[in-house]
Ligand binder design. Structure first.
Ligand code: EPU
Length: 336
């Protein structure tokens, strides 16, 4: 049952030491339903990989620790399989398990911190693949009614780091499991992202397996991104902004090397990491709060930073990027 005054430091990848007035970790659905029936005003915590705590949490904290993976029967088709994973499964371990079973589709998403249950919330993505590409459906507990509802892909309204669970349904549902549709043969490799193809070429791998791709993605991430077990962080702190092409053309006159990706004939995406680096923040440290030395998009906690210190640094960066480029960056991490 609930424990009092529990530190949430082990439960958030930023490693921020805030306290929950009361805390319970749930590993069985009936228990979760019971708690929700008695208390609607709970704070749901999953992998804690996309959250910045700036204060103690007075609401009862419910940690979702539902475990289990099931291969669902699929008698008609032979080239794909449905796999249902419970929300509390660690994302990277799940991806590796899929690869070991020769289930393809998630290999580009190797080593992303967090749990299966929160992967659809922000539609996690990396190296040309997003969770939505393999997503089939999910089940979620409606907090108000205690009913379980199934959400098909189109109902989730996936966007860039976005879904209904970050918007209209924020705080209304608890995702309890996710079903993915994965290939069992004729895997569709996505190696178009430059660094992946280069790493495969360097290793002289012409016909990569899903394991080869996973290994390459792991190596790229390890070279650029800090391991949250060693240095607290929440991955990309900001979203990559999308700006009108007219604004982009003006910037390009001044900064001819500005990296960019066309989104449509009117819009261009610019890497936030580049903007932050141009403002001189890359590798900077203010007490225990800092900007990672290899990827300016990632804010880090060197040990004992408070959430407020990280947030203040983020505010400084937002201001600076706005002053220099006239672009308002959007924070990707949930700040509490
Ligand atoms: N760049 C810089 N300086 C930096 C960082 C990046 O100039 O400090 C430039 C790079 O040179 C490159 C461009 O920005 O031209 C893009 O960099 P990168 O390929 O590292 O990707 P990103 O846009 O910074 C996004 C995701 C990452 C994901 C990578 C790979 C967002 C907010 N971030 O980063 O996601 O791993 O692409 O697909 O979309 C995460 O969400 O936690 C995350 C790490």
């Amino acid at each position: 049952m609930f424990q009092n005054k529990i530190s949430l430091k082990p439960y958030n990848t930023f490693g921020i030491n805030v306290y929950a007035d009361s805390f319970v970790s749930i590993s069985a659905l009936p228990k979760l339903k019971k708690i929700i029936s008695k208390n609607k005003n709970v704070f749901i915590l999953s992998g804690g990989s996309n959250i910045l705590f700036t204060k103690n949490i007075a609401q009862p904290v419910v940690h979702i620790n539902l475990k289990g993976k099931d291969i669902l029967k699929n008698s008609n088709k032979t080239d794909f399989v449905f796999v249902k994973a419970q929300a509390g499964e660690n994302w990277h371990e799940f991806v590796l398990w899929c690869i070991d079973n020769n289930f393809g589709g998630l290999e580009n998403l190797s080593l992303i911190p967090g749990n299966v249950g929160t992967s659809p919330m922000q539609n996690i993505g990396a190296y040309g693949v997003e969770v939505k590409d393999c997503f089939y459906e999910l089940e979620a507990l409606e907090i108000e009614t205690g009913k379980i509802k199934t959400f098909k892909k189109d109902e989730c309204k996936f966007g860039y780091r976005d879904s209904v669970f970050k918007n209209i349904y924020k705080g209304k549902y608890i995702i309890i499991n996710v079903t993915f549709q994965l290939s069992t043969s004729k895997h569709q490799h996505n190696t178009s992202y430059g660094a992946i193809q280069k790493a495969l070429d360097d290793k002289q791998i012409e016909k990569p397996t899903i394991k080869d791709i996973s290994n390459v993605v792991i190596a790229i991430r390890q070279s650029k991104l800090p391991d949250p077990k060693k240095i607290g962080n929440s991955g990309s702190f900001f979203k990559n902004p999308v700006i009108p092409i007219l604004q982009f053309n003006k910037l390009k006159k001044e900064y001819s090397n500005i990296p960019h990706y066309p989104i449509s004939d009117k819009l261009v995406k610019v890497p936030a990491g580049w903007l932050v680096e141009q403002c001189g923040f890359k590798g900077k440290r203010f007490g225990d709060a800092g900007v990672h030395k290899n990827q300016a998009l990632v804010l880090v906690n060197y040990g004992n930073a408070t959430g407020e210190e990280i947030f203040n640094l983020a505010q400084k960066i937002l201001k600076s990027v706005n002053n220099k480029f006239g672009i308002d960056l959007e924070i990707e991490v949930n700040v509490l």
